[in-house]
Design a binder for this molecule. Sequence first.
Ligand code: CP
Length: 312
Amino acid sequence: MNNPEQSFGKDLLGLKDLSATQIEKILDTAKTMKFILSQKNKKTGHLVGKSIVTLFYENSTRTRLSFELAAKYMSASASGVSSTNSSVLKGENLIDTAKTIDAMGTDVIVVRHPMSGAANLIAKSVNAGVINAGDGMNEHPTQALLDMFTITEKKGRVKGLRVAIVGDALHSRVVRSNIWGLTKLGAEVSIGAPATLLPPDIAKMGAKVYNSVQEAIVDADVVMALRMQNERQKSGLYPTAAEYAHFFGINENRIKLAKNDALIMHPGPINRGLELSSSVADCENSVINEQVTNGVAIRMAVLYLYTRGREV
Ligand code: CP
């Protein structure tokens, strides 16, 4: 018998909607996928006959490529549409674009869009499963899943760990998905950012909030720096890059406040010298490249579980 707690619906829109059991099932499945990725022949038959389309209205290196590789490793067909190489440039709207992709018999649409709620909107309009690859300032569920997978791999657990997330929380979908996911798995999450870069409702999500990086990272088991999202900022929310780096950047001195074996994480791409110094980004505790590697395993797990769910 299927455990309903371990089954999945048509769409992965955010971690807010998932239970701890569902998150753990994805992380567990990703372990198997990572083993497959370690083999000489990475090809599996998990998604034979399926088609995956990535629909990206914002730039991406990691998320888009890892979804496309994940689909191909599992024998699905993978195609990409972006807002800069499609009929979006001729004025076709989001829903018509999604319905067009759906009408071609696509099984899964992986979407990234600058508007919060865009993935949700598409999910209601298409038969295909929809996976949110980042919607505005709302959620980036597969990023948080790969972050939790990396933490579990390195620390053996998430429960009871102190995870500090520092930087531009206001514009970050990564921070929201991580707060939902990490707190569901029992971590203590602290956020450190200047008041101008903190969303007003963030404490209600279950995180402790500090206006100083120092307070946020004391005794942390994991320090996750967030990218400064200048492209989403309408006016200067911090004085200068140098001042931001001085007061809020994670550098060699500041990281000493965290535990000696604290993991250094960043979703990428990094603004080196702004949110993270190169000496910290490249230090032996940094798992930033492993996050990228694990992104493929997590996206394989997600594609598998969300397409299999529709056949059970
Ligand atoms: N972390 C992340 O979403 O990176 P990309 O923008 O390169 O996909």
